[in-house]
Write a protein that binds this ligand. Structure first.
Ligand code: KG4
Ligand code: ZN
Length: 341
């Protein structure tokens, strides 16, 4: 390894994944360890914050050790520690933040707090070595639906967001109503392949005066009403058709907004990020719409779409270069805004 290489340990614990990764120069992933709690939370149909915090405490040191071991480095080789400090579940975030502070204090390493969404966006830098700002990024996860202009590394402008449910949340709720279990996104993705997306016409919300904002609660209610109505009439419902029709309605809105924004604001590059960005229909539709409009389309591999720490290491690298340093008083900020320090 050349001396000028910057090695960052990324740590992520904002929701139900305990993750640590070692990233070289912001784009090369030397290790990416993820301990998922999905099996635990499945029992309850969603993430239980108290259980998440406890599990993070059990796993964090193990996950960090494994990330260092896989990357074949020691704490002495690191240049900085980056950690998600918001937004997310406060008890969950605190575990990662405390671990990062302990390492940074013990080894006298710079501490860099990272915004979770900045992490998701930065996941695009890992496999797209040529991608540089400015570009438009659609961030779609279980907790967020944001349309963001990435002006520069660390410089973000939110031009649209959801007024109610996040896209992933809508997937999870509809999946639960169909009886598919948690997390719903991947299950609807799979079931949709056997269904007809034209079978049922579900509504797509438009928000007056806010062309890039989203609303998914009306769509979610329409699906629930459809299911209840059919059940009451004793009609048989084809779950795959419901899944495919719902998915089409969600993805059409996401594509129209994202491609529309790239065109209106004059950007030739469009990226997607977050758990829902691994959705196969969304990717296919985005790819097609971008091609038709001469826009370059970027997306991370599925493993870098859902929560991971490599994306935090990537984001922390650019914050490191920009001189961002946090003190020992760094705290978890559950409702942290993008662009806040
Ligand atoms: O980014 P993420 O891991 O966590 C948050 O920051 O929220 O996103 C999790 C969300 C869940 O709602 C999950 O159902 C959704 O991403 N998701 C998907 C797919 N894979 C995960 N949604 C649609 N299609 C998928 N293939
Ligand atoms: Zn996330």
């Amino acid at each position: 390894m050349e001396k000028k290489d910057i090695l960052i340990l990324g740590i992520e614990s904002s929701c139900d994944e305990t993750a640590a990764a070692v990233v070289k120069n912001g784009r090369e992933v030397l290790s990416n360890v993820i301990s998922s709690q999905i099996e635990l939370h499945k029992l309850y149909g969603g993430v239980v914050p108290e259980i998440a915090s406890r599990k993070h405490i059990e796993k964090i040191n193990q996950v960090i050790e494994e990330a260092l071991k896989t990357a074949q480095v020691t704490l002495e080789d690191l240049d900085a520690v980056g950690v998600t400090y918001g937004p997310g579940l406060v008890g969950a975030l605190l575990v990662g933040v405390s671990a990062a502070k302990a390492i940074s204090y013990a080894k006298k390493l710079p501490l860099i707090g990272v915004h979770h969404i900045e992490g998701h966006i930065s996941a695009n830098y890992i496999e797209n070595k040529e991608l540089k700002p400015p570009f438009v990024c659609l961030v779609v996860s279980g907790g967020h639906t944001h349309l963001v202009i990435v002006r520069d590394y660390g410089k973000y402008e939110i031009i649209g967001k959801t007024r109610d449910d996040a896209a992933g949340e809508a997937y999870d709720k509809v999946a639960r109503a169909i009886g598919l279990g948690y997390p719903g996104g991947p299950k609807i993705d799979k079931l949709s392949k056997e269904g007809d997306p034209e079978a049922i016409k579900f509504p797509k919300a438009k928000i007056e005066g806010a062309p890039y904002d989203f609303s998914f609660s009306g769509l979610k209610s329409a699906v629930l009403n459809y299911l209840n109505g059919a059940r009451m009439k004793g009609e048989k419902v084809k779950d795959a058709d419901v899944a495919a029709s719902f998915q089409k309605a969600v993805c059409e809105v996401l594509v129209e907004h994202a491609v529309g924004a790239a065109k209106e604001y004059g950007f030739q590059k469009l990226a997607i990020a977050g758990g829902v960005a691994s959705n196969s229909t969304l990717r296919t539709m985005m790819e097609k719409a971008c091609k038709e409009n001469n826009i370059l389309f970027y997306h991370p591999s599925p493993i870098f779409c859902t929560d991971n720490a490599a994306m935090i290491g990537a984001a922390a690298y650019y914050e490191f270069l920009a001189g961002t340093r946090h003190g020992w008083d760094l705290n978890a900020v559950p409702n942290l805004k993008l662009g806040e320090r």
